[in-house]
Design a protein around this ligand. Structure first.
Ligand code: C2E
Ligand code: MG
Ligand code: MG
Length: 568
């Protein structure tokens, strides 16, 4: 049944997709209601004029300009065949993009020429937006809105290609926050998130629009600096370090966070993005012991060694959070009464493949990788919990925990010790801390402040490995330590070597004249014990008395040796 033209128009207008019919000259001869709605223009403006008003550019799906002969209705007209499923963006003067999915079908006259082109199109802007948002989300970090690792690598490779083509320099910076984990652990994830967002903002404002700033994950960020050479990269690093030096306002308090930045330069340190990233990462770990807070990748440092160390650091980080680091306890015994007053806590890393890694190997690693505070807190809290447990068994014992150099210089040390005491509910006098003589002398003023802070918490301090460093007497005199521990190298040799014996004798006298107790470590035999007793040494530690043992072995050992425990 033939239909009136009017009926057809009603049907067209009921359709959700837009329909436009153009004549051979390209003028619009028909537009349905949806077409007018989509274009937002009255019929008289749409009909007849093509291209509409010139205010719109057409773009392809990839954002590049769509040439006229690719516009579906034009292409259908030119080629005389249907053009289907073309994604076309219409860019408005204000930048707004309307996305259309277009079909254009030519209608041919009896002579085979194209007399009209029927275009039908659907507005897919919303779908497109959702897709773009999804893409954005997979390439960006939710928390900071910064590009993520995937996008960074892509941008980095692009930058490398551009640098190669234009023969311009390129630098990559990788940075992390030195104390982020502690903030997260002690103040909670919300504070940690706030800190990351603020960090992102501060760094962003130091960079140019052409730089890529990305979050690699956790507290790690990366910056791609196209066109920057070593000097330029160092300047940016300095600015970033300075920007993060200002205290952060988190949870109503001021928080100080420092950063370490590693720099790798193209092409000197790597031809491709992956290599640059790896080397900037290595440089970042080296930056942790510079005062500037940043370091440029050092070619001469063996890559092999670097990645080995890095792998081990990553494993230590993992180990710390997975209870691979345990504590052994070695009794310290009062020589006269044979009472056990304290045990020294000695860290052990039970590595899945390497077995028991001694502290001499992993403590320096922890120092370099910013893990040393977590390590210390872990050992301290473990020890204090253990002391509480012994106390409940009627065995009061002080736990003496070793500090490393970085711990002592850590401005948060006193806070973290008092937090550990609070968390475990331990009595402060159950806490002993050992500081080596050489640590004290590295930065005497700062060490003194830390020591005084610790003393005010009520914890006891001992000077470890005494005799191998060079302390000034005046300094020692002012130091509120209760004991010095004679380094085991002297103790071990004292019965065989005259000069070691006289050093031991001297240290005992010195300690006593300063009003401190003297503890000898590394006693391995009866002869050494007797000699020390003769020299009026106060306390003893060593394999002769007991080797370091697991916590559970302590009560059994005490019972077997018929030892008592006291705290003095
Ligand atoms: P240190 O504080 O001087 O600890 C004493 C070391 O001497 C321990 O070695 C202990 O096992 C060992 N030792 C005890 N008695 C004898 C003996 O009779 N003969 C011999 N030859 N050795 C004896 P360890 O456990 O290997 O620890 C080595 C060092 O690592 C410690 O020296 C300490 O400076 C450091 N350390 C251990 N645990 C920690 C920790 O949790 N944090 C930090 N920062 N350092 C730690
Ligand atoms: Mg010690
Ligand atoms: Mg020692």
């Amino acid at each position: 049944m033939p239909r009136e033209e009017r009926d057809l128009a009603t049907i067209y207008d009921a359709m959700a997709c837009g329909v436009i019919v153009r004549d051979a000259a390209g003028s619009v001869v028909f537009a349905n209601a949806a077409a007018l709605r989509i274009f937002g223009r009255p019929p008289d403006q749409l009909a007849g004029t093509e291209p509409p008003t010139g205010e719109e550019r057409r773009i392809r799906e990839d954002g590049t300009l769509m040439p006229d002969d690719e516009v579906p209705n034009v292409a259908a007209q030119l080629r005389g065949e249907p053009i289907r499923n073309v994604m076309m963006g219409m860019v408005r003067a204000d930048g707004y993009v309307r996305w259309l999915l277009v079909d254009a079908v030519p209608v041919k006259a009896s002579d085979g020429s194209v007399s009209e082109v029927v275009s039908s199109f659907t507005d897919v802007t919303d779908r497109k937006k959702a897709e773009q948002e999804l893409l954005r989300q997979t390439l960006h970090d939710q928390l900071t809105g910064l590009p993520n690792r995937v996008l960074l690598l892509d941008r980095l490779e692009q930058a490398v290609r551009a640098s190669r083509r234009l023969n311009t320099p390129l630098a990559l910076l990788v940075m992390d926050l030195d104390r982020f984990r502690q903030v997260n652990d002690s103040l909670g994830h919300e504070a940690g998130d706030a800190l990351l967002r603020e960090t992102a903002e501060r760094v962003r404002s130091e960079l140019r629009d052409t730089d890529t700033f990305a979050r690699l994950g956790g507290d790690e960020f990366a910056i791609v600096l196209p066109g920057s050479d070593q000097e330029g990269a160092a300047r940016v690093a300095q600015k970033v370090v300075a920007a993060l030096q200002r205290p952060f306002e988190v949870e109503g308090g001021a928080l100080e966070v420092s950063t370490s930045i590693g720099i790798a330069l193209w092409p000197r340190h790597g031809e491709d993005g992956q290599t640059l990233l790896r080397r900037a990462d290595i440089a970042m770990y080296n930056a942790k012991h510079t005062t500037e807070g940043f370091a440029i990748y050092a070619e001469e440092a063996a890559e092999e060694d670097g990645s080995n160390q890095l792998a081990l650091m990553a494993e230590l980080r993992h180990g710390l959070s997975h209870d691979e680091v345990t504590v052994m306890y070695q009794p310290i015994i009062t020589m006269n009464s044979r009472a056990v007053t304290r045990v020294e806590a000695l860290a052990r890393w039970r590595h899945r493949e390497r077995g028991l890694v001694p502290p001499a190997e992993f403590i320096p690693l922890a120092e370099r990788s910013g893990l040393v505070r977590s390590l210390f807190e872990h050992v301290l809290v473990t020890t204090l919990r253990q002391c509480n447990a012994w106390q409940k068994l009627g065995l009061p014992l002080q736990g003496a925990v070793n500090l490393s150099m970085r711990n002592l210089l850590d401005p948060e040390l006193v806070k973290s010790v008092s937090a550990a005491i609070e968390r475990t509910g331990a009595r402060p006098e159950l806490v002993g801390l050992e500081i080596t003589e050489s640590m004290l002398m590295a930065d005497p003023q700062r060490a003194m402040r830390a020591v005084e802070g610790l003393r005010s918490l009520g914890v006891q301090l001992a000077i470890d490995d005494f005799g191998v460093g060079y302390s000034s007497l005046a300094y020692l005199q002012r130091l509120p330590a209760y004991a010095v521990k004679i380094d085991r190298s002297f103790v071990g040799r004292m019965t065989r070597d005259r000069s070691s014996e006289s050093i031991v004798k001297l240290i005992i006298e010195l300690g006593h004249s300063l009003g401190m107790k003297v503890v000898a470590e590394g006693i391995e035999d009866r002869a050494t014990w007797d000699a020390l007793l003769g020299l009026r040494c106060d306390a003893a530690q060593g394999y002769y008395i007991a080797k370091p043992m697991v916590a559970e072995a302590i009560p059994t050992w005490l019972a077997k040796e018929n030892q008592t425990t006291t705290i003095n």
